[in-house]
Structures are given as structure tokens and as C-alpha cells.
Design a protein around this ligand. Structure first.
Ligand code: PAF
Length: 282
């Protein structure tokens, strides 16, 4: 399986695919691939003839005190994993290729409303960085389909809105979250957890599930449930960032009238920030 690093080389290959009228599916990643990413590649392969996985640790979406420098860069291992998953091509551009004039001078995409709250509140500028890099990747690759994990629920909402608002001719496909046996959502950041932290981590999904069950059964005030769930996570040993109950479409706080509800949580174990979500219809 081939890996290309430059846009020029990528475009030459893409021309060939287009001449053969092949459809193209894109799986944007930051590398350090795990089964969750591989499931995105498989999903893309169901929809498209050609699957391109991009691997780019996007500096624009990291805050000043976040893990940009330590984020695992594992290109060789990633290439091996993709080789058996139905991927056609890896695109691994440099920061200069993606941001030729530098980060500070690059055009940015702001996606209003769905970027607010949740991770948008705790990580200012994060979704601007995500929307910008995804729009650059869309323009570089011009895929017919692009697959993103539902684990990053707010990110998926931001990308769907951006694609709609900017009339981008890309079909955005969401893929279900892949979990460890104990329920912990697969994430590149799980590799940061100590043995002790790893034992505590599944509490996030357990709390999401038990709160979702209460909502589905019509129990209780939503804001009280959110507060109780947050307290339970603190008691389990996590440092809570948020536990929110939101309208699945707008991501604004859910009201008693909403029938499609998503519970979103983010919490730290040590310096590792984990996120997860669950949706419930009632
Ligand atoms: O979900 C991710 O890994 C990243 O946010 C993405 C979509 C590849 C953009 O850098």
C-alpha cells in the first residue's frame, strides 16, 4: 500500500482514479491507529471503490497546553494496520503541505452554534482547527464520501454542518464507536493511561449507559440527572470536565420536549482527557 506525502503526487494519483471513474472515500485521522479507525476504513470501503486514509497530527486543533508534542506518531505501524483493512492509499502530508503560509496566516473555518459548549467550551479554537483541516483535506482529496467516528459526536456535528453550509460535495458518514470489552471507547489517548487509570476509565461509559436508561424510562429531571452522573464520575476518581445532556441535533441543553437526546461526557484521568457519548430516543 502506497503512502504519499505531497499534494502534487496525490493529485497525479487521484487523476488516474477519476479517469477510471472510481469513487473515493476518505478517512481523516491523526494516526496512532486502533480498531476504531480500522472500522472507519472498512465503512469507507463499503461505500467507495478507493479508500484514502489521511494521517496528519493537526497542530491547529491543539490548545497551547495540550498534547501536540507528545501525541503518538506511529506511521510505520499505522501503514501495517491499514494494509489489511481494505485501504488503498495513505496520505501523510507535512504541516508545510497543509499550511503553506504557516498556521497564523491560514484561512480558518468557524462553524457556529454546534461548536459551542461541550468540548468547544473546554478547548477554545479546537473545532475551528478541526473544521479548517477537514476542509483542506476535502479540497486536497475531493472525496465522494468521508467517514468520521461517532465517538467524537460534536466533531461529527461540526463537520456535517460545515459540509452542508459550504455546499461541499462530500457525503459525511458517521461510524459507531468501537469499544474495549469493558465498554471504554477506543481512543488513541487510551495509551496514555496507567494500569490504575485504565481500571477507572470504563466508569464514563457505565455512567452514560445508566443515565441514558433512566432517561429512556422517563425518570427524573435532565439537569439533575446530569449533575448526579457528574458527581458519580468524580466519586469514581475522575476529574470531570463535563457531563451534559443535549438535543442530538442542535447540541443545546436538552429540554423535556426533546425526543432525540445525546449524553456527552469528558473527564480526565491524570493528564489524559477522555470523551464519550451515548444517544437515546424517548
Ligand atoms: O478525529 C480526528 O482524529 C481529528 O480531529 C481529525 C478529524 C482527523 C481532524 O484532524
Amino acid at each position: 500500500m502506497r503512502t504519499v506525502h505531497s499534494l502534487k503526487e496525490l493529485r497525479a494519483i487521484l487523476r488516474g482514479y477519476r479517469q477510471q471513474e472510481k469513487t473515493i472515500g476518505l478517512v481523516p485521522t491523526m494516526g496512532n491507529l486502533h480498531e476504531g479507525h480500522i472500522s472507519l476504513v472498512r465503512k469507507a470501503a463499503e461505500a467507495a471503490d478507493i479508500v484514502i486514509t489521511s494521517i496528519f497530527v493537526n497542530p491547529m486543533q491543539f490548545g497551547a497546553n495540550e498534547d501536540l508534542d507528545t501525541y503518538p506518531r506511529t506511521l510505520i505501524g499505522d501503514q501495517e494496520k491499514l494494509g489489511t483493512a481494505g485501504n488503498t492509499l495513505v496520505f501523510a502530508p507535512s504541516a508545510e503541505e497543509v499550511y503553506p503560509d504557516g498556521l497564523a496566516r491560514h484561512t480558518r473555518i468557524v462553524v457556529p452554534e454546534v461548536s459551542d459548549g461541550h468540548c468547544g467550551a473546554s478547548r477554545p479554537g479546537h473545532f475551528e482547527g478541526v473544521a479548517t483541516v477537514v476542509s483542506v483535506l476535502f479540497n486536497m482529496i475531493q472525496p465522494d464520501f468521508a467517514v468520521f467516528g461517532e465517538k467524537d459526536f460534536q466533531q461529527l456535528a461540526v463537520i456535517r454542518k460545515m459540509t452542508r453550509d459550504l455546499m461541499m460535495p462530500v457525503e459525511v458518514i458517521g461510524a459507531i464507536t468501537i469499544r474495549e470489552e469493558d465498554g471504554l471507547a477506543k481512543s488513541s489517548r487510551n495509551s496514555y493511561l496507567s494500569d490504575e487509570e485504565r481500571k477507572i476509565a470504563p466508569a464514563i461509559y457505565q455512567e452514560l449507559q445508566s443515565t441514558a436508561a433512566k432517561i429512556a424510562n422517563g425518570h427524573g429531571d435532565l439537569q439533575v440527572l446530569a449533575k448526579e452522573a457528574g458527581d458519580n464520575l468524580r466519586n469514581a476518581g475522575l476529574r470531570l470536565d463535563y457531563f451534559n445532556i443535549a438535543n442530538s441535533q442542535t447540541l443545546k441543553p436538552a429540554t423535556p420536549e426533546d425526543s432525540n437526546i445525546t449524553l456527552l461526557a469528558a473527564a480526565y484521568l491524570g493528564t489524559t482527557r477522555l470523551i464519550d457519548n451515548i444517544s437515546v430516543t424517548r
